[in-house]
Design a protein around this ligand. Structure first.
Ligand SMILES: [Zn+2]
Length: 269
């Protein structure tokens, strides 16, 4: 099965039926990340329509100022969510120092909640990789999935050494730097994503579809000099490890383990 650890299904509107159809047809387990509380509610509703969709709660850095004054309002969603995403920092989206401070306050609150609740965080770190790493280190958070990471090799190596996962997306079709990093991610720390609807890499009005993941897998196989099947199995195995260390998904992970096994006869405990 294919694994998309970072999509935003709530951002599709009229073509959501087609999106869910493709997810079903291609059997893509999709972690639908949220950018605020309303977005989480929409993702939870969408997950009610597909057993392959896992809705997760997070506050995108651009929305941090909206909630920074009352962080306790996030607690209920944090408690309910199996991972936290999308979380992180992005100072290109902060027009002043106050907004940067808000982003840090929200990110630290989410990191501390992740630590207390023993959950994975799915992290946005565009142009803020050093600050993000510093806060991850400060809070001693180990369960980290770096989404679309484009930082320096030094930060990359530090995150690798901390055992972080890296989810690779369509950027490997465009960026030499991302292609190089995609080759260097240790096999047991590799994940895949789309960041769908991925408006930024497309023409206006053209939203990427879940099948984009097939292109990512194909490109990864070429870059890492292996087969697509091997990439699919590697990512399945890694995602399974994440599910198995996420108690609230125990039921889901048992079912997924059976599905993986049925599809290829591989064994998971
Ligand atoms: Zn995203």
């Amino acid at each position: 099965m294919l694994i998309d650890v970072h999509a935003h299904l709530d951002q599709y509107t009229e073509n959501l039926d087609a999106v869910l159809g493709e997810i079903k047809q291609h059997q893509i387990i999709t972690v639908s990340n949220s950018v605020d509380l309303d977005s989480y509610t929409r993702n939870c509703n969408i997950a009610g329509r597909s057993k392959l969709v896992i809705p997760v709660f997070g506050v995108h850095p651009i929305n941090a100022p909206k909630v920074a004054g009352n962080l306790e309002q996030l607690d209920q969603a944090l408690e309910a969510s199996p991972f936290f995403g999308e979380v992180g920092l992005d100072f290109s989206l902060a027009s002043d120092i106050v907004q940067q401070t808000d982003q840090k306050a929200v990110f630290e609150y989410l990191l501390e909640s992740a630590l207390t609740q023993d959950k994975y965080v799915i992290v946005h770190s565009k142009h803020t990789e050093v600050d993000v790493l510093n806060l991850i280190e400060k809070h001693g958070v180990q369960k980290v999935i770096m989404h679309w990471f484009t930082g320096s090799n030094e930060v990359f190596q530090k995150l690798v050494a901390r055992g972080a996962f890296f989810s690779v997306g369509a950027d490997i079709m465009n960026s030499a730097k991302s292609r190089q990093m995609a080759k260097e991610i240790p096999t047991d720390q590799l994940l895949t994503e789309t960041d769908n609807p991925l408006v930024s890499l497309n023409l206006p009005d053209v939203l990427a579809m879940p099948c984009l993941l097939n292109d990512v897998v194909k490109e990864l196989a070429q870059l890492r000099d292996t087969t697509e099947e091997d990439i699919v199995q590697t990512v399945e195995r890694n995602f399974m490890a994440i599910l198995q260390s996420t108690p609230s998904l125990a039921k889901f992970s048992k079912k997924i383990a059976r599905d993986f096994k049925n599809r290829r006869g591989s064994r998971y405990r």
